[in-house]
Design a protein around this ligand. Structure first.
Ligand SMILES: Cc1cc2nc3c(=O)[nH]c(=O)nc-3n(C[C@H](O)[C@H](O)[C@H](O)COP(=O)(O)OP(=O)(O)OC[C@H]3O[C@@H](n4cnc5c(N)ncnc54)[C@H](O)[C@@H]3O)c2cc1C
Length: 403
């Protein structure tokens, strides 16, 4: 039973629930695998549903009113997430746009960027992607080598390659981290840009995953021209913008931790369908351990709804994502042991078992998140970073340093 800290929040929950009772029937299935429609149609339905939620005021609840939001609190946004999940309907399709890009543009964007980009982002009229990772820059994101050169007229020319770009094939815009100065140490020569994904010189090459889905792509930028107004924040200040964006991403992933994995009741029902598993002490022990972690995550999420942590000052929140993915991976292993090959024949379990290992990397790997928590939350001695103060163009092999 959800606990609401105030009667105002309880009334808000009742309003969300009431709206969902009337409109949940119009929602598409959350997962493409369970939707009989072809993927393009599924995506169109998910986008239309996002627009419906936005128009009803349930998305962007905690955004400032002058950014197109409702000016409410993160607790209100958490209530909406909880009620959507309880109703079994999807939330926003553009999780990158809502979870990462919008908070970044709200914090660092110019007034023109806010008014141009936030309203269509909220309704999924324009979907966004995040152009950060590269073949030589993932955990060590500050090693980004995509180059943006300024022209005398103030415009920019961009060339490079991005990897793992989720939703690139659906995106109208990308938030891109690029190197604008190679003569300074790696964290200082970066700048954040807004990139129209239909710009001349951009090639998007979707990558097919083991699950059969194509969630992300390689993106090639070949002498792409951007205007001076494409810069988000300060030229050379891209690292600060990126750290805020990554904190937002980890926090969004943590908030969805339980749904990232699966409700413990769903696992229990699947295991209980095999009578011999119910009395097997090994299955009981393994299920008990996993259930404890998933139920603890549910409790953490309720706490976070009442007192949402600041992802920048409380990086420990990101540990929920590490815990959720690890617990759900173990649950997938247990299901496969109990159900045998039938586990993979079921589309939903098959998708979960093949998708989860990737989530150990998405939004920062387990090792990197643990390092961030160790250093920033626990005050442990920092990792040695030998390349931190060396100008980027004097690194022995740019891109092979530590973050
Ligand atoms: C499903 C999915 C979606 C993604 N979506 C996007 C997206 O939309 N946009 C985007 O820009 N990126 C995206 N990514 C990329 C993601 O951010 C990177 O995969 C992640 O940052 C890790 O980088 P890497 O894959 O290059 O691995 P690497 O950095 O090469 O790491 C390989 C291994 O080495 C370990 N390691 C590396 N450095 C250290 C260290 N200093 N200490 C200890 N261990 C270390 C890592 O933990 C990992 O186990 C996505 C990835 C996935 C899987």
């Amino acid at each position: 039973v959800p606990f609401d800290a105030s009667s105002e929040l309880a009334a808000y929950r009742a309003a969300v629930r009431d709206w969902l009772e009337r409109h949940a029937g119009e929602a598409p299935h959350p997962h493409a695998a369970r939707d009989a429609a072809p993927e393009a149609e599924h995506v169109a339905r998910r986008r239309a549903w996002q627009a419906r939620l936005a128009d009803a005021g349930w998305l962007g609840a905690a955004w400032p009113a002058d950014a197109g939001g409702r000016g409410l609190t993160p607790a209100h946004a958490a209530v909406v997430e909880q009620e959507l999940e309880a109703a079994g309907v999807p939330g926003a399709f553009d999780v990158v746009g809502i979870g990462m890009v919008a908070p970044t543009i709200i914090a660092h964007g110019s007034p023109a960027q806010r008014s141009r980009h936030l309203p269509p982002l909220l309704r999924a009229d324009e979907v966004w992607c995040q152009l950060f990772s590269e073949p030589g820059a993932g955990s060590d994101l500050a090693a980004v080598a995509t180059s943006a050169r300024s022209e005398p007229d103030g415009n920019w020319r961009v060339s490079g390659q991005k990897m793992w770009t989720s939703h690139a094939q659906h995106a109208a815009f990308g938030l891109m981290l690029a190197r604008t100065d190679i003569s300074v140490p790696k964290h200082h020569g970066l700048t954040m840009f807004v990139v129209p994904m239909d710009a001349v010189g951009i090639t998007i090459r979707p990558l097919r995953q083991i699950s059969g889905a194509t969630r992300f792509s390689e993106v090639f930028l070949d002498d792409v021209r951007l205007g001076a107004d494409a810069v988000v924040g300060d030229v050379g200040g891209g690292w600060r913008v990126a750290v805020g964006a990554l904190s937002g991403e980890r926090s969004a992933l943590s908030r969805t931790a339980e749904s990232l994995s699966w409700p413990v009741e769903t696992f229990a029902a699947a295991l209980a369908s095999v009578p011999s598993a119910v009395d097997d002490p090994d299955v009981q022990r393994r299920f008990g351990e996993i259930a404890c972690e998933l139920l603890a995550l549910r409790w953490r999420r309720r706490q976070a709804a009442e007192r949402p942590p600041d992802p920048v000052t409380d990086p420990a929140a990101a540990l929920d994502k590490v815990t959720a993915v690890a617990a759900a991976t173990r649950a997938g292993d247990l299901l496969c042991d109990v159900l045998g090959p039938a586990a993979l024949e079921d589309e939903e379990w098959g998708r979960m078992v093949s998708d989860l290992p990737g989530l150990r990397s998405a939004g920062g790997t387990d090792e990197i998140i643990r390092t961030v928590v160790g250093e920033r939350a626990l005050g442990l001695p920092p990792e040695p970073r030998v390349d931190r103060d060396i100008p980027f163009d004097r690194l022995p092999e740019p891109g092979l340093g530590t973050s």
